[in-house]
Design a binder for this molecule. Structure first.
Ligand code: IPM
Ligand code: SF4
Length: 467
């Protein structure tokens, strides 16, 4: 039978299906962070249960960790408690844990793949919406809630209903200066943040195949921002080469058997999708969000849209509200928008390739005088070490950009890194919601190269013109 990648991943993990379609899925990998796990561990304790398969878990603190002066510990008592609770739970249950002092510590969606804890064909879950990132490896990766975290800990299974399948097909050579981030923002601009609701999205086509694993992760990371339940990319040589030799990857005969299986993880020719969206890579330009939802996005050479031209009353209202919050006037050229801060980081864009792209733009230049702070937050301690080995930290520091310790940081301001009310930020993260980077803060989502360029010029600028 002709099957999609999603069908294959689903069918190989179903333990049981009820008549109404509710299924019990076996979970191969459970990633754990400090925000969504405390109540789950409490529940486990109350019920007197042990984790079902301890080795399936990998835990790390990322949201609440400071990105400076780590030797002094965590100043904020709430964040400190959050992280200490995970320290204690990981120790108590014997989970593999990268503490704040461990050089492998980092954002959960960066360290999973980096360690080879995320492998093709797996079901991967985490109490975090951006778990879709791991689908880049030909995985079925779901973000789950805290009660599901407890369920997975206790049973190694998840209750789920199969979604419909969407194919997002992107073909052609990507223009210079246009990145995976621009592709996914363009997709969300096209289908909207509800466009993927009820679907699992497979990203395919020659453009996707030509992307590195880092780029594929960026795209799958934001599948959730398109409303989808999961995002995924078929396995190919790029996947297998990335996975090879990582600490958790199989070796010897296990590796050979795994590769044989992994090579089957693609949609069969002629497989049926419930919806197909096609994009031509040649037409994608660097993207900048102007509003408070990732779908409020335009190309860099465009203008802030005018709500008066929107016929749909609901959309018009949302646009007006977003413009007030963002402090923007309709028809302003995007390149005329001046920024106060730059954030290069997050599970969307904090991997080595992202830092290289940003460094290539700032090399030999300096942060603009109106930019109060430009911070680079590597996705993990290992990314940080790699970047330092390549001298990227020096390029950033020479340009007046701060070089920080790994974590979620100003992606959502659960630590000390945040925007002040009214401050405007060029950010490589994935959400531009009201208050996301600090109360009253204004977030514009862009690629790492575009964020770096804005930091240097003081306003958004077409990165294609400064190369
Ligand atoms: C804190 C966590 C539960 C949350 C998520 O689920 O995504 C966070 O990572 C985010 O990006 O908003
Ligand atoms: S980096 Fe941002 S989006 Fe990613 S897990 Fe952390 S808070 Fe969530």
């Amino acid at each position: 039978m002709v099957r999609t990648l999603y069908d294959k991943l689903w069918e190989s993990h179903v333990v049981h299906t009820e008549e109404d379609g509710t299924a019990i899925l076996y979970i191969d990998r459970h990633l754990v962070h400090e925000v969504t796990s405390p109540q789950a561990f409490d529940g486990l304790k109350l019920a007197g249960r042990q984790p079902w398969r301890i080795s399936a878990n990998l835990a790390v603190a990322d949201h609440n960790v400071p990105t400076t002066d780590r030797a002094n510990g965590i100043a904020d008592p709430v964040s400190r408690l959050q992280v200490e609770t995970l320290d204690a739970n990981a120790k108590n249950y014997g989970l593999t844990y990268f503490s704040m002092a461990d050089k492998r510590q980092g954002i959960v969606h960066v360290i999973g793949p980096e360690q080879g804890a995320t492998l093709p064909g797996m079901t991967v879950v985490c109490g975090d919406s951006h778990t879709s990132t791991h689908g880049a490896f030909g995985c079925l990766a779901h973000g789950i809630g805290t009660s599901e975290v407890e369920h997975v800990l206790a049973t190694q299974t998840l209750l789920a209903k199969k979604s419909k399948a969407m194919l997002v097909q992107v073909d052609g050579a990507l223009p210079v200066g246009v990145t995976a981030k621009d592709i996914v923002l363009a997709v969300i601009g096209r289908i909207g943040t509800a466009g993927g609701t009820g679907y699992a999205i497979e990203f395919a086509g020659s453009t996707i195949r030509s992307l590195s694993m880092e780029g594929r992760m960026t795209i799958c990371n934001m599948a959730i921002e398109a409303g989808a339940r999961a995002g995924m990319v078929a396995v190919d040589d790029t996947t297998i080469n990335y996975v090879k030799g990582r600490p958790f990857s199989p070796v010897g005969p296990h590796w050979d058997r795994a590769v044989t299986y992994w090579r089957t993880l693609h949609s069969d020719p002629g497989a049926k999708f419930d919806m197909v969206v096609t994009l031509n890579a040649a037409e994608i330009k660097p993207q900048v969000t102007w509003g408070t939802s990732p779908e409020m996005v335009v190309p860099i050479d465009d203008r802030v849209p005018d709500p008066d031209k929107e016929k749909d009353a609901v959309k018009r209202d949302a646009m007006e509200k977003a413009l007030v919050y963002m402090g923007l006037t309709p028809n302003t050229a995007i390149s005329d928008i001046r920024i106060d801060k730059v954030f290069i980081g997050s599970c969307t864009n904090s991997r080595i390739e992202d830092l290289r792209a940003a460094a290539a733009v700032v090399r030999g230049k300096h942060r603009a005088s109106n930019v109060k702070l430009a911070m680079v937050v590597p996705g993990s301690g290992l990314v940080k070490a790699q970047a330092e080995a390549e001298g990227l930290d020096k390029i950033f520091k020479d340009a007046g950009f701060e070089w920080r310790e790994p974590g979620c940081s100003m992606c959502l301001a659960m630590n000390a890194d945040r925007l002040e009310p009214g401050e405007r930020c060029a950010s490589t993260s994935n959400r531009n919601f009201e208050g996301r980077q600090g109360q009253g803060g204004r977030t514009h989502l862009v690629s790492p190269a575009m964020a770096a360029a804005a930091g240097v010029e003081g306003h958004f600028v077409d990165v294609r013109s400064i190369r």
